[in-house]
Design a binder for this molecule. Structure first.
Ligand code: GLY
Ligand code: MN
Ligand code: MN
Length: 441
């Protein structure tokens, strides 16, 4: 079930942002609707920052926050949204409308979106600073500059335009990096749904099916638990396709003896999950597949063990790399010592991406990875993925038995006070657990 809206959570986040702004006006629009073709649109997805601060999911809406230290620290939280419209609501569905939105979502003031420019011209007059997602959308950049120029023209009436435009995301990204209890609960549930989808895919998969048939099983499981959309396009990659990192064709036939790599996660109530599992199409790992798999699994275990509070962001990647480098040497993919392989980066031929990213409303979520040029420390409330892999393309200097093996194992990990919580633990990943689940009953 989607969560019940609790306006207090969003009001508290707005209050925190206002506090960090100190002074000025923040303008945070939601995302536009996007045409797919002719008069058909992609499924609407709100802007993550806007949703974080409002809980409001309709298009054509803008949040405006006003911090006025001169008026005794008074702040105002204003929503501009679509008017009620009986005709449009018959065709497109319910609109909350400004009047109901004020109480339901806890804003100080609400107006029709049609009044935005006129009201903004009043609100930004004599304010020092404008905060908005600078450079995010060329149309909004132009609109904001035009608005500022219009206010500037009132200089002879004693009204000054803001001197400064700042990117509101500097503050917001840092807030979003630390998930609150409400967010962690949604992310746990999103992760849980995605683990059931991966289990379903493992049970369903057999030789001669098409990748898209397995994809259909994933989508079925997401949707039937209320997660209407995947958080990103699912990767369902059999055999050599697994060596294409962003493979989304999903239209090849699965072959007996190949591995299947699935990177798929649902979005629930605006929050992403992101899981990769790799398993044999016929339910049984070959000796060569198992050799590579165990190395990636051990690298992942080492990385998860390093994802601890006060460790730096790079510690899980470092831990995974050391295990992978030793494994690549054992498999005769790389030559020399572990230190040499890490130093000369010969491992990059088989492992060319990093070991994870922040996870939240966006699958590659916001938040700086370095602070003052140093990898930042992991802290409770941060959520990251841990996703080492190994992708072996055919080459003269690569043992033939390993050609076209592509493996990634990815879990979602929340940093806690004492260690970490693997949100996606219920998706099987040991050889024994996978083979057990896939065994015909
Ligand atoms: N599914 C996108 C990623 O793993 O980064
Ligand atoms: Mn990922
Ligand atoms: Mn992924």
């Amino acid at each position: 079930m989607p969560h019940m809206l609790n306006p207090t959570i969003y009001a508290q986040r707005r209050a925190r942002l206002l506090q960090t702004m100190q002074r000025g006006v923040a303008i945070i629009p939601t995302a536009p609707e996007v045409a797919r073709n002719a008069d058909t649109h992609y499924a609407y997805r709100h802007d993550s920052n806007f949703y974080y601060l409002t809980g409001f999911t309709e298009p054509e809406a803008v949040l405006v926050l006003v911090a006025s230290p001169r008026e005794g620290g008074r702040t105002k939280s204003i929503l501009f949204c679509r008017e009620k419209n009986l005709e449009r609501e018959i065709w497109d569905g319910h609109r909350v409308g400004p009047d109901a939105a004020k109480d339901q979502f806890g804003f100080d003031e609400t107006y029709s979106i049609a009044q935005l420019d006129e009201k903004l011209a009043e609100l930004i007059g004599n304010q020092s600073t404008l905060f908005y997602p600078l450079g995010d959308d060329a149309g909004w950049d132009q609109r904001i500059l035009k608005l500022r120029s219009a206010v500037q023209e009132k200089i002879r009436s004693g009204i000054r335009a803001p001197d400064e435009i700042r990117d509101v995301r500097a503050q917001l990204n840092e807030m979003r990096l630390f998930k609150d209890v409400h967010e962690l609960n949604i992310m746990r549930r999103a992760a849980e749904i995605s683990t059931t989808a991966h289990r379903r895919a493992m049970r369903f998969t057999r030789p001669d099916q098409f990748e898209y048939q397995v994809e259909a099983e994933l989508l079925h499981e997401f949707c039937s638990h209320g997660a209407r959309h995947p958080a990103y396009t699912s990767i369902v990659a059999g055999g050599a396709n697994a060596c294409v990192l962003h493979y989304v064709g999903n239209n090849a036939k699965l072959r007996d003896g190949d591995l299947l790599l699935i990177d798929a996660g649902c979005e629930l109530d605006g929050y992403a999950s992101d899981i990769t599992r790799t398993f044999p199409v016929n339910g049984k790992f070959s000796a060569a597949q198992k050799d590579v798999y165990e190395i990636v699994l051990a690298a992942q275990a080492a990385a998860i063990a390093a994802a601890l509070p006060n460790q730096n962001w790079d510690a899980p990647h470092d831990a995974a790399l050391r295990v992978l480098a030793q494994g690549f040497i054992d498999l005769k993919l790389c030559q020399g010592s572990v230190d040499a392989v890490l130093e000369n980066e010969s491992y990059k031929k088989f492992y060319m991406h990093r070991t994870g990213h922040w996870l939240g409303m966006d699958v590659h979520d916001v938040g700086d990875y370095k602070v003052d040029d140093k990898w930042r420390a992991l802290q409770p409330g941060m959520v990251l993925t841990v996703e080492p892999g190994c992708y072996i393309r055919p080459a003269d200097d690569v043992p033939i038995a390993l050609w076209n093996i592509g493996i990634r194992i990815e879990d979602d990990v929340a940093i806690t006070e004492l260690g970490n919580e693997v949100l996606t633990i219920a998706a099987p990943k040991t050889v024994a657990d996978i083979e057990e689940l896939m065994r015909p009953s």
